[in-house]
Design a binder for this molecule. Structure first.
Ligand code: FES
Ligand SMILES: [Fe+2]
Length: 406
């Protein structure tokens, strides 16, 4: 790399309103700083509590080099642990999800219970004190059924998010949903390109024929106002209240994790995000009818939800390594909905499965080009305002971190 400026200078020279300089994507030092100061320090959506409803139910989530076991203890409490053995550091749990009374390390068979205590360790000296070798705890919190983990001590507060999102999440009965489908899409690109792509709909018309048929985000101001006002007229009689919250992480009060909520109308004739616009599952929460809208919800910098009237789709973007990331997508329906009767899994996942594959392709193409010696930052369009805000937030966090680290 010919550019040897310190990171603080790189950040200071980044042109506002333009895509990031190449080094933000390809420099291992920047990547490490992001992992330590951003990815590990913010809450990451880890699924829905219904996935670990019973004592012994567990799931594993992997983020960059870290792995966490989320487990419902025999005492009914939800906990998260670093998936790292206290003997010599092997990963303890190799399965992705299931139900267990004990976690046995695959290396030398140390055994942990569902509360993280070490309960078995063979051939250790007589004075070995098992109570000192429990699994390391990881921060976990729940917002109306949504599980969040944070890999560092002293994570940002979720208090404001919890109180402000209380009503919007309750409208869709978030707590009483279940995961009807979940899929992880590996993306061979730096993680930021995947998050940036989710922030803007400049690419929607050229890249997402299916999405663009029903969602209106790419309409210009006047046309948008027209469809939006029609939805607003319908909204109340459908059991929904019009509201908007906008605290991206950059604008969030100090120490609080950012969040946002807004609802956008879909095109006439579309009740939900389905192939033909027809319902794909029973109405959520206390909704009484379809208003033809979809709510965008953001909690923290990597986790997004899209709440249609009859299902919720959640997207979580996490790094794997510098040139690889993943997008985990969850489809949620009412917990009393019966598959094959109330919903058809293939129809439910159709839109966001096809859209996420299309996104993967454009993100990977973006990554290829960003790695070229000919790559130069380019100016954002008027439809990339949210992406610009996210980039500004990232730069702010990196600037703070790099000045603290000297
Ligand atoms: S590393 Fe887990 S038992 Fe040895
Ligand atoms: Fe997209």
């Amino acid at each position: 790399m010919s550019d040897t400026r310190p990171i603080s200078e790189l950040i200071a020279c980044q042109k506002s309103g333009w895509s990031l300089e190449q080094r933000f994507y390809v420099d291992p030092e920047v990547y490490q700083l992001e992992i330590d100061q951003i990815v590990m320090r913010n809450w990451i959506l880890a699924g829905h509590e219904s996935e670990v409803a019973e004592p012994g139910d567990f799931k594993v989530i992997n983020v960059a080099n870290e792995s966490a076991i989320i487990v419902r203890g025999q005492d009914g409490a939800l906990r998260a642990f670093a998936n790292v053995c206290r003997h010599r550091g092997s990963v303890v749990c190799l399965e992705e999800a299931g139900n267990k009374r004990r976690f046995e390390c695959p290396y030398h068979a140390w055994v942990y219970d569902t509360e993280g205590n070490l309960v078995g360790a063979r051939n250790m000296p007589a004075d070995f004190d098992k109570s000192q070798y429990g699994l390391n705890g990881i921060s976990i919190d729940v917002i109306q059924g949504l599980m969040f983990v944070c890999f560092s001590e002293g994570p940002p507060s979720l208090d404001r998010a919890k109180s402000d999102l209380d009503e919007p999440l309750r409208m869709f009965g978030l707590e009483d949903l279940k995961v009807a489908a979940v899929k992880t899409y590996p993306i061979a690109a730096n993680w930021k390109l995947a998050v940036e792509n989710y922030q803007e709909c400049y690419h929607c018309a050229p890249s997402h024929a299916e999405y663009a048929k029903m969602h209106t985000l790419m309409l210009d101001g006047k046309k948008m106002a027209r469809v939006q006002s029609k939805m607003l007229e319908r909204m109340q009689s459908c059991g929904l209240r019009d509201m908007e919250l906008d605290f991206t992480d950059l604008d969030a009060p100090a120490g609080q994790q950012g969040y946002g909520y807004s609802r956008t109308a879909m095109f006439e004739g579309y009740k939900t995000g389905s192939r033909d616009g027809a319902p794909v599952a029973p109405l959520l929460g206390n909704l009484t009818d379809y208003d033809g809208g979809a709510s965008d919800i953001m909690i923290g910098p990597f986790s997004y939800l899209l709440a249609y009237s009859d299902h919720v789709v959640m997207y979580v973007f996490t790094p794997v390594d510098q040139g690889n990331c993943q997008c985990t997508v969850y489809w949620l329906v009412r917990n009393d909905a019966v598959e094959g009767q109330d919903y058809n899994r293939d129809e439910l996942v159709w839109l966001w499965d096809v859209t996420t594959y299309a996104d993967e392709e454009i993100i990977v193409n973006n990554w290829r080009g960003v790695n070229s010696r000919f790559y130069r930052p380019g100016p954002f369009s008027l439809m990339e305002i949210n992406e610009n805000r996210w980039v500004e937030w990232l730069l702010h966090e990196l600037r703070t971190a790099s000045s603290v680290n000297g």
